[in-house]
Design a protein around this ligand. Structure first.
Ligand SMILES: [Mg+2]
Length: 208
């Protein structure tokens, strides 16, 4: 996928994330403080403005994702902005000089993004966070690097959503959900759904 198509794909993803605000808000009202959907909406609305700006001319795929991460970090408040910003910034930094967005590039984005999110907050798989979706996606992508994106993305998106659904059974280690203890069991982590949605919408774009 070349850079202009990547612009279009992430513009589609950003639009869909903005549209997902009511769903994310409803999920976060159950086990969080109810602001996750609003934060994601604010961040991805800012990304839409960024991508549509004629002066936005990232030099390669890595620079593209790094700049998106910086925009999320500076436009969203709270932990989600830091986490999703770190994911895109660190993933982007690993793709410096890359001009073709392939399954290998996606696998690198996911893996380096995951390692950076872990380094920042120590969230491991099983802690009921976005890492549960991200780690599942990264591990699946690593097995599909020789496939084209159109073949690989449905499987990576399914793995991410399965990872997010697994958070239902988990007791939270971080955030407000931690205070709920066992009462958070039975409810998904909203951040894990956001992570899974980002990949789901990438897939929807590429299958169009
Ligand atoms: Mg919150």
């Amino acid at each position: 996928m070349n850079l202009p198509t990547l612009h279009n794909m992430m513009l589609f993803v950003a639009e869909k994330m903005v549209e997902s605000e009511p769903t994310l808000t409803a999920l976060d009202q159950v086990i969080g403080d109810g602001d996750h959907g609003i934060g994601m909406k604010r961040g991805f609305a800012a990304v839409m403005v960024q991508i549509n700006d004629p002066n936005f001319n990232p030099k390669d795929v890595g620079d593209f994702f790094t700049q998106i991460g910086t925009k999320l970090m500076t436009s969203m408040s709270g932990a989600s902005g830091a986490i999703f910003g770190t994911f895109f910034r660190a993933g982007g930094k690993s793709l410096s000089g890359v001009t073709d967005f392939t399954t290998q590039a996606l696998a690198d984005l996911l893996n380096h993004g995951w390692q950076a999110v872990y380094a920042r907050g120590n969230a491991k798989p099983g802690d009921k966070t976005m890492v549960d979706a991200l780690a599942a996606a990264a591990e699946k992508a690593a097995t599909l690097t020789t496939c084209d994106l159109k073949t690989a993305l449905p499987q990576i998106a399914d793995a991410a959503m399965a990872g997010a659904e697994k958070t239902k059974q988990m007791v939270a280690v971080f955030g407000r959900a931690k205070n709920l203890g066992e009462r958070a069991v039975g409810h998904v982590d909203p951040g894990s759904i956001s992570m899974a949605y980002i990949i789901k919408y990438m897939n929807e774009f590429i299958q169009k």
